[in-house]
Ligand binder design. Structure first.
Ligand code: ADP
Length: 287
């Protein structure tokens, strides 16, 4: 396997002097080509900042990011990002087909090639036949599928996903998680997903990187040794899944002991509830 992404000693500080705030602290890791890795960490720990550094949207204060060996110092052409807020990332005045074609305008592709690529990407996400509709005519889950199709159409070397399913209902979230795994396996894509959802990080990935509270540093890099074929019910019930989600939850709490799986699972549930409560408060206060 070759290294697709290399993050070396990346730190990021917002502001300067006494008001400086370190969001990311000396992070180093690599993601191999064809891997689906998740980064999980508490809200506010610096996940989005890290992702922006990887995407070339924010230059790190220290360290560097390389994509297939090339140093990132601007948004690389062969990198795509799927954001949480599909309603703000799709253009409401363009049809679904035109939204998916949009980033291809900067590629040396004919109009016919752009059209074909967009149609293929829509088919991959199960949306053939809706190219003529507008985003606002689709459900939230379908709109996020369009965002995924748009990212896939550019055939990125690395696909970054920032809390991609946090704005859809639970059932749709499950469908989109399965869709991501299917597409990743069919295309052999390299995907890095940022999430604060422990279960999602374990279910989706080949590997989970656990971040500390702010400023983010890596507290663990755990392989997910679940079967490649996963199922939303049976995989989540399996002893391996329950143990791993407990381990991630414990690490997020800063603990090191290894309690029984049942205790670990209840820790995980508690942590999730605390996070959800925080999300609700943040939404209400608009922070
Ligand atoms: P996460 O994605 O894990 O929720 P963020 O990367 O958004 O975390 O934020 C990490 C920390 O950096 C938080 O304390 C946040 O308030 C701070 N932060 C994020 N963006 C800015 C900014 N543009 N200016 C100053 N501080 C910021």
């Amino acid at each position: 396997m070759s290294t697709m992404l290399e993050v070396s000693g990346v730190s990021h500080r917002y502001g300067t002097g006494a008001k400086a705030h370190t969001a990311v602290n000396d992070l180093s890791f690599t993601v191999e080509a064809g891997q689906l890795a998740s980064i999980v960490g508490p809200s506010g720990c610096g996940k989005s900042t890290l992702l922006r550094c990887i995407a070339g949207l924010t230059p790190p204060t220290e360290g560097q990011v390389s994509l297939h060996g090339d140093r990132v110092d601007g948004v690389p052409d062969d990198l795509a990002v799927v954001f949480q807020d599909y309603s703000r990332s799709l253009f409401p005045w363009l049809s679904v087909q035109k939204n998916v074609e949009f980033p291809l305008r900067w590629r040396s592709l004919s109009r016919a090639e752009r059209r074909t690529r967009a149609a293929e990407a829509l088919e991959q996400v199960g949306l053939s036949g809706v190219g003529g509709k507008y985003p606002w005519q689709l459900s939230g889950g379908m709109q996020q599928r369009v965002s995924i199709a748009r990212a896939l159409a550019s055939r990125p070397a690395l696909l970054l996903m920032d809390e991609p399913f946090a704005s859809v209902d639970a059932q749709t979230r499950f469908e989109l998680e399965d869709l991501t795994r299917r597409v990743q396996r069919e295309q052999g894509s390299t995907i890095l997903v940022v999430t604060h959802d422990i279960d999602e990080s374990v279910y989706l990935s080949d590997r989970v990187l656990v971040l500390s509270k702010s400023p983010a540093s890596i507290v663990a890099d755990l392989p997910v040794e679940l079967p490649a074929e996963r199922d939303q019910i049976t995989t989540r019930e399996s002893a391996e899944f329950v143990t791993l989600r407990g381990e991630v939850a414990r690490l997020l709490h800063g603990g090191t002991a290894a309690p029984e799986a049942a205790t670990a699972a209840s820790d995980a549930a508690e942590w999730e509830l605390a996070e959800q409560a925080k999300d609700v408060t943040e939404t209400k206060t608009g922070s």
